[in-house]
Structures are given as structure tokens and as C-alpha cells.
Design a protein around this ligand. Structure first.
Ligand code: AVI
Length: 329
């Protein structure tokens, strides 16, 4: 681990690095259905485009989640308890976190984890000046792989993992369950998970959310190819690929793809990757659950659903899950 500082911020750095990025891109593009991991959307430009997506009328998730938090924050703070060590997976711009930080009682420390180093440093600079008394221990990491959680100065009563935004929906169901299992082990006895989870709804609403007329989601999707060109010295022609997103109702997920507009070849290292016209690269899945489905998955991962908060339309839920296995053993 090395530490890169911006002013008073000490970053715990577990950046997966270029070689891992290259290996995952190569392996994804070798598959029959070509795919790329969605976690690589978030370079500096991608993180910025995602912030723009979060301001779109069509993309209902952030405003719905925030409105649920605003209504129920006192209740949430009470249920989360005192002297919490708060660990956030994929903190991004930390918009909703501020609501939590403002309301949690006697917080022991805050550990934000994100893969986007530039954004993490920028956001932490602001946060440390807004919450000067709070120990903030940022970690730059791909939170789906190995990293260590820094040890705070103050003793904490229990750990709460915060995983907002329905990012759990970006995992396929089996990895999602495994990831929840991992979080349960991070929480430990008496710990819990405060998670945002998008609900199944009218497919037209979903379709609009991932096909905004301004083309921001399309730019976000295509930026992945731009990043691969820049960082891995590849030669994708961006104008020859088109954003395509649809709701796959059988699987209960939005699929985002980049469709090749012509027969073409792309070169990466010594590899030539052929594309036929109409062939796609699958870049992201965004699963939507109903409450029962999610409860079952959480139970299989060792969590008991303690509390569910939703909006009036039941479009989104925030849930507090407690580590069931560990509290009974
Ligand atoms: C981060 N994640 C929850 C977003 C989603 O809705 O699946 C990413 C996103 N992709 C397109 N728009 C937003």
C-alpha cells in the first residue's frame, strides 16, 4: 500500500492498476458475447458523466433515494445506533453520505472506498473541511477485490457498511450474493448494511432512465472505449459504436451494450478483435428486484432484513440488513 496525499488527506491506495485493467479487457473481448466490466466506466471523465446522469430527470434513482433518506433519516440514524464505524462502498460524489454524516450520533470514523482516485481526492477535500472533527480514512480500491480497511483512532461500537445507489444491481445474482456475504463478514457481529436497491417497475420508466434524450448515458457508455484507447493504446473508432440499452424483463435487468455499426477490427496488444455489423459489447447490467427477491438473496448471504424504507411509488428502497448468522452464533 502506498499513500498519496492531497493536502491533509491520506489516501489508502489499492488501485488495481493498468495490468489488471488490460487483462480484464482482453478476457472480456475474447468471449463469444463480448463484454467489458462496468467498474471501468469510472475514470475521471466517466465519474463526471455519471454525476451528470444523476442530475437527469429521466434517471430517477438519486432523487428518489435522497427523498427517502430525507424523510426517514431520523429513523435510520436511530436504527444504525451510536459510535458507528461507517464504511461506504463506491462513495462517488458522496451526495447522500452527507445526510448520514449530519445525522449519525457520535460517529467513530468514516471510510469511503472508491475506484475513481481523482474524484475521491476531490470529494474528500471538501468533506474534511465540512466535517473537521470526523476521522475520514479514504481508500482507493476496486472494492470487489482485495484491500485492507484502515484502522480508525477511535474505538467503534459496531460497523455499518453503506452501499447506496443500487450498485448491488450492477452485479449478476451469484456475484451479488457472494458480495453481500463478503459485506456480512466486514460488518461482523452486531454490524449491519444500509443498502439502496432499485425496484422492479414499468419498463418504460426504466427505458427512459438508461436512454436519456440528451445522450449523457450514451456518452458515459462510449467513454469506456475512449478510456481503453487512451490507457491501453487501443484503436476503437468511437463513431462506429452506438449505445444501446433495454430492459430484459425475463432476467429483470437493464442491459447496456455498445453495438458495432459496421464490420470492423480493433487492435489491442497483439490481438485483433473482429466485429460484425450489429454485434455488441455488453458493458453493464443493472438488475431490478422486488422486495421478496432481495430478501431471499440477503438471507442466503447471511443477512436479516431489519427495516425497509421506500418512496410512495415504490420505485426504490433503502434497507437496513443485520448480520443474522453472526448475531445468533
Ligand atoms: C452505478 N449504477 C447503480 C448505475 C445504474 O443505474 O446501474 C450506473 C448507470 N448506468 C447507466 N446509468 C447509470
Amino acid at each position: 500500500m502506498d499513500s498519496k496525499g492531497g493536502n491533509q488527506i491520506r489516501l489508502n491506495d489499492f488501485d488495481p492498476g493498468l495490468e489488471r485493467f488490460r487483462a480484464e479487457v482482453l478476457s472480456g473481448l475474447r468471449k463469444a458475447q463480448k463484454e467489458l466490466p462496468s467498474k471501468y466506466f469510472y475514470d475521471e471523465k466517466g465519474a463526471h458523466l455519471f454525476e451528470l446522469i444523476c442530475t437527469l430527470d429521466e434517471y430517477y434513482i438519486p432523487r428518489t433515494e435522497t427523498s427517502i433518506m430525507e424523510v426517514y433519516i431520523e429513523e435510520m440514524a436511530k436504527i444504525l445506533g451510536w459510535r458507528v464505524l461507517l464504511i461506504e462502498y463506491g462513495c462517488g460524489a458522496c451526495a447522500k453520505t452527507r445526510i448520514l454524516l449530519d445525522h449519525l450520533n457520535d460517529l467513530a470514523a468514516y471510510v469511503p472506498i472508491d475506484i475513481s482516485r481523482e474524484q475521491l481526492l476531490r470529494v474528500m477535500q471538501q468533506l474534511t473541511s465540512d466535517f473537521p472533527a470526523l476521522e475520514i480514512l479514504p481508500v482507493c480500491a476496486d472494492y470487489t477485490s482485495g484491500f485492507e480497511i484502515p484502522i480508525p483512532r477511535q474505538h467503534s461500537d459496531h460497523v455499518v457498511v453503506y452501499f447506496p445507489g443500487s450498485t448491488i444491481g450492477n452485479f449478476d445474482p451469484i456475484p451479488a450474493k457472494l458480495f453481500l456475504e463478503h459485506i456480512a463478514s466486514v460488518c461482523g457481529p452486531g454490524g449491519g448494511l444500509l443498502i439502496g436497491m432499485d425496484l422492479k417497475k414499468d419498463p418504460n420508466v426504466l427505458h427512459r432512465a438508461y436512454n436519456d434524450p440528451q445522450g449523457i448515458t450514451a456518452a458515459f457508455n462510449l467513454n469506456l472505449l475512449e478510456r481503453i484507447n487512451r490507457e491501453l493504446n487501443c484503436d476503437f473508432q468511437l463513431e462506429s459504436f452506438k449505445h444501446y440499452a433495454f430492459y430484459n424483463s425475463r432476467e429483470g435487468r437493464i442491459e447496456m451494450h455498445l453495438v458495432s455499426l459496421k464490420d470492423q477490427a480493433v487492435h489491442l496488444d497483439n490481438m485483433t478483435i473482429p466485429f460484425t455489423k450489429g454485434e455488441s459489447i455488453w458493458t453493464e447490467s443493472s438488475y431490478k428486484y422486488n422486495l421478496d427477491e432481495f430478501e431471499q438473496m440477503a438471507a442466503a448471504a447471511g443477512f436479516r432484513v431489519e427495516q425497509v424504507w421506500t418512496d410512495e411509488q415504490q420505485w426504490f428502497s433503502i434497507q437496513y440488513l443485520v448480520n443474522a448468522k453472526r448475531t445468533t452464533s
